[in-house]
Design a protein around this ligand. Sequence first.
Ligand SMILES: *[C@@H]1O[C@H](CO)[C@@H](O)[C@H](O)[C@H]1NC(C)=O
Ligand SMILES: *[C@@H]1O[C@H](CO)[C@@H](O)[C@H](O)[C@H]1NC(C)=O
Ligand SMILES: *[C@@H]1O[C@H](CO)[C@@H](O)[C@H](O)[C@H]1NC(C)=O
Ligand SMILES: *[C@@H]1O[C@H](CO)[C@@H](O)[C@H](O)[C@H]1NC(C)=O
Ligand SMILES: *[C@@H]1O[C@H](CO)[C@@H](O)[C@H](O)[C@H]1NC(C)=O
Ligand SMILES: *[C@@H]1O[C@H](CO)[C@@H](O)[C@H](O)[C@H]1NC(C)=O
Ligand SMILES: *[C@@H]1O[C@H](CO)[C@@H](O)[C@H](O)[C@H]1NC(C)=O
Ligand SMILES: *[C@@H]1O[C@H](CO)[C@@H](O)[C@H](O)[C@H]1NC(C)=O
Length: 423
Amino acid sequence: MRTFQQHPGDLALLCCLLLLPPLLSHGADIPLGSTLSPGRSASWTSPNNTFSLSFTPSPTSPSLFAAAITYAGGIPVWSAGAGAAIDSRGSLRLTPNGDLQLVNGSGAVLWSSNTGGQGVAAAAVQESGNLVLKSSTAILWQSFDHPTDTVVMSQNFTSGMNLTSGPYVFAVDKNSGNLTLKWTSGSNTVTYFNKGYNTSSTGSKTLSLPTLTMQTNGIVSLTDGQLASPVVVAYSSNYGESGDMMRFLRLDADGNFRAYSAARGSDAATDQWSAVADQCQVFGYCGNMGVCSYNGTSPVCGCPSRNFELSNPSNPRQGCKRKVDLQNCPGNSTMLQLDNTQFLTYPPEAITETFYTGITACRLNCLFASSCVASTALSDGSGLCFLKISSFVSAYQSAALPSTSFVKVCFPGIPNPPPSPSR
Ligand SMILES: *[C@@H]1O[C@H](CO)[C@@H](O)[C@H](O)[C@H]1NC(C)=O
Ligand SMILES: *[C@@H]1O[C@H](CO)[C@@H](O)[C@H](O)[C@H]1NC(C)=O
Ligand SMILES: *[C@@H]1O[C@H](CO)[C@@H](O)[C@H](O)[C@H]1NC(C)=O
Ligand SMILES: *[C@@H]1O[C@H](CO)[C@@H](O)[C@H](O)[C@H]1NC(C)=O
Ligand SMILES: *[C@@H]1O[C@H](CO)[C@@H](O)[C@H](O)[C@H]1NC(C)=O
Ligand SMILES: *[C@@H]1O[C@H](CO)[C@@H](O)[C@H](O)[C@H]1NC(C)=O
Ligand SMILES: *[C@@H]1O[C@H](CO)[C@@H](O)[C@H](O)[C@H]1NC(C)=O
Ligand SMILES: *[C@@H]1O[C@H](CO)[C@@H](O)[C@H](O)[C@H]1NC(C)=O
């Protein structure tokens, strides 16, 4: 472990160091009392400059800044307070009593490591990308234990931790080791992905502390004290390839969980595996009442019919709204048919919204239930009908889907124009 040392001959320098705190710290321990601020382009770096902690413009508001650890080239792997943004007068400070705090211009502490008074003597950014707060003998806090949306090589992502991105949460289930993806909004939670890998070795066991890692060779694996050997979750497309690169796992803003690799110095990462193979099956990808479909291989978002318009025309992912609200046409609504379309229904909604009825009852039962906004008859031989009574619904349209859906609109229903030949 490196420690902050002073040589007697440096006394002359010491005066100036005290007057002028170090702007750049190449791998050295960061002493208590150090501060990073957005105004001065300073950073705290790892010994070989592989990772650095500095302020970067907030993606949502360029006049604000987030304190982020980035890989050489600029790919962010962690941020203080899950991307909490401060103005240019704010700072990230390691207080004299050992607390790391993100402070905005008004002096409000937006995030803290909560390590004040626990014996922290210095901070350091390690070559692995881990930001540690340590005493002279031990690591007391590390960013690897508080991930934001990314897991890098040599980082242990254990059950009990979460990755978050907008409304999406990724976690490893503590008993089964299943990878889970959830969409949350207020008290609503929908689990749209829940998958076990190599259940022949995990299925019969209750795991103790399943841990997901990205190996340096590109294999994504799950380890646990109850397992004789790691379970392979996925092979990156380029697994086994070596080179000066970083591999990482990330919960993306589109609700998918992916493996990536990025060459040192590059700001672009290449995806090597996606947990959800079909992006349109990510709940909420096209917002409330939005319909996900494919234009070639790209998912695109649209509205169920011309009774709707995009909530935000410049961002189709924010969903659709009715041009006339259902309350404004009591007794005069209709169920407009949407072919090859499914309203996504996952746990726990699947429990309350699933019925065994034919297609006509699936349409009429929704029409006559005031809380029902849409319905889907699966038409896949299962005899299942979903009656959508939730306040947020998400749809998927594809020529390959046998389902027929109905959406409740004020009379008359106005279908979308037929898809153009390019689709
Ligand atoms: C830094 O790079 C040098 C030269 O490539 C290497 O020998 C050394 O092990 C690296 N240090 C760390 C901490 O990775
Ligand atoms: C600082 O944070 C507080 C609390 O979130 C907020 O009320 C205030 O507007 C922020 N000030 C600046 C300058 O961002
Ligand atoms: C990850 O887990 C392994 C095995 O338990 C452990 O040896 C290693 O120190 C952990 N790494 C970090 C950064 O916590
Ligand atoms: C992770 O998210 C779940 C909800 O999905 C929440 O109950 C839990 O407290 C979170 N855990 C952490 C460590 O943030
Ligand atoms: C884990 O995932 C499998 C599907 O891969 C599923 O059958 C099983 O019910 C899941 N287990 C839990 C506890 O959710
Ligand atoms: C699943 O796990 C078993 C037992 O650890 C192992 O023998 C087998 O090769 C694994 N299968 C796959 C496809 O990885
Ligand atoms: C579909 O993709 C083509 C080619 O990329 C593009 O020209 C067209 O505008 C796209 N259509 C939609 C509806 O996004
Ligand atoms: C339903 O609405 C349509 C169009 O607004 C109108 O022409 C029709 O008379 C209405 N029917 C009833 C029963 O209110």
